[in-house]
Design a binder for this molecule. Structure first.
Ligand SMILES: Cc1ncc(COP(=O)(O)O)c(C=O)c1O
Length: 408
């Protein structure tokens, strides 16, 4: 495992990177969709199923004890990772989408009524739009939109004018998956709290890139996915303030989330179990803890510095290509470059780049309202992680130029 920022040894920790695709060395620039996993995460999964597999919490035997403590250890690691006041405010879900739906269906159903407003931004992923539209339809609340400017920056003056005591919740991403903008969420949370609104932060694209302190930001809710944080798929995290989580009704009913069940009535379990009905994804939660250990082992700021260098280099190289337009030029961005090329469909670029071993994402990035804002069908998106290199950017740019020549 890496404990200094030595790219050669870091890349060895991610064996998937060392392969050829279509006869060329793999260049994996689709990290915003999902990140690759360090070897120790895969070893943890193997270990869990080889040695510890059992159901958790109620078993009294040794394997049940081991599985439970492995699962709960990840919760503790997450509390530390997020600077949360306690680990029982960390709820395991299946992903960001599940966490947002949980808040919509419990907090939303219990608190929204006709005339209330839910504010989302024009930069959101569909999973931070549709759950609010669904609960708005059910409760009579209305979804309103914080506009975004041509560069991809949220209009904070417009946000301030949309805020009123009618706003019950602001649901906004920390970082846009489609164009990389980092939103000023500390300021946005402060402004929302001034009118009594709560704030849900979609952290899917931020947690892998910089440190999050839920208390410093005064976050009410934060949702994210393990698979975008070098952990396994099928695991998500919902953090919430204690008083909010305690006041919220349970989401799904079943085993684990109850204290007592009888036909005359049922009482619910305490946090966090109230929101974790049924057998959870024990193995992947356990392995996720090792992804957090891995990140902790990297020198502080090294991830950010490496990604910033990649972003600057890629932006500079791409800007030199005739007919290429970068979509999203906010001054505060993570290492994501979204672009379009005059006269060429993004999908054609994506398919051809794959022939050169380069993996990028093309399309609307589950952000159709943002694409509509820029009158685009979609973009090409290259998204970087700390294990990527400038040499890979060179391969990507060279391949892209060849694709353009073939397609134009
Ligand atoms: C900003 C943002 N929100 C939410 C999601 C949904 O995440 P998941 O599919 O892991 O639930 C994504 C995934 O791309 C995302 O980028």
């Amino acid at each position: 495992m890496a404990n200094t920022f030595d790219l050669v040894s870091i890349r060895k920790d991610f064996p998937i990177l060392d392969q050829s695709v279509n006869g060329a060395p793999l260049v994996y620039f689709d990290n915003a969709a999902t990140t690759q996993k360090p070897q120790l995460v895969m070893d943890a999964l193997q270990h869990y199923y080889t040695k510890d597999n059992a159901n958790i919490h109620r078993g009294l035997h040794t394997l049940a004890e081991r599985a439970t403590s492995g699962y709960e250890l990840t919760r503790k690691k997450l509390a530390e990772f997020l600077h949360a006041p306690s680990s029982d405010q960390i709820i395991f879900t299946s992903g960001t989408t599940a966490g947002i739906n949980l808040v919509a269906q419990t907090f939303g159903r219990a608190n929204f009524k006709t005339g209330d407003v839910i504010l989302v931004s024009n930069l959101e992923h569909h999973s931070n739009i549709v759950p609010w539209q669904m609960i708005a339809q059910e409760t009579g609340a209305e979804v309103q939109v914080i506009p975004v400017d041509d560069l991809g920056v949220l209009n904070i003056a417009a946000y301030q004018s949309l805020l009123s005591p009618k706003v019950k919740l602001v649901a906004v991403n920390h970082v846009s998956n489609a164009i990389g903008t980092i939103n000023p969420i500390k300021q946005m949370i402060e402004l929302a709290h001034q009118v009594g609104a709560k704030v849900l932060i979609d952290g899917a694209q931020s947690v892998a890139h910089f440190e999050i302190d839920v208390q410093e930001y005064d976050m009410d809710f934060l949702a994210f996915s393990a698979h975008k944080l070098f952990g396994p798929t099928g695991v998500g995290v919902l953090y919430g303030k204690r008083e909010l989580l305690e006041a919220m009704p349970p989401y799904q009913g079943g085993g684990e989330m109850i204290k007592e069940v009888s036909f005359s009535g049922t009482t619910y379990n305490e946090l966090p179990y109230k929101f974790e009905a049924g057998t959870p994804n024990i193995a992947d939660v356990y392995a996720f803890g090792f992804a957090l250990d891995y990140l902790k082992s990297l020198p502080k700021n090294a991830v950010w510095d490496q990604e910033k260098a990649l972003l600057d280099y890629a932006t500079e190289q791409l800007a030199q290509i005739d007919g290429l337009r970068i979509i999203g030029q906010a001054p505060e961005k993570i290492a994501v470059v979204s672009f379009v090329i005059d006269g060429v469909h993004p999908q054609d670029i994506g398919v051809l780049l794959d022939k050169f071993g380069v993996a990028i994402r093309t399309g609307h990035h589950c952000a159709q309202p943002l694409m509509a804002r820029y009158e685009l069908v979609g973009t090409c998106r290259a998204s970087f992680a700390f294990y990527n290199t400038k040499e890979e950017i060179d391969l990507f740019v060279k391949a892209l130029k060849r694709c353009i020549m073939m397609l134009a």
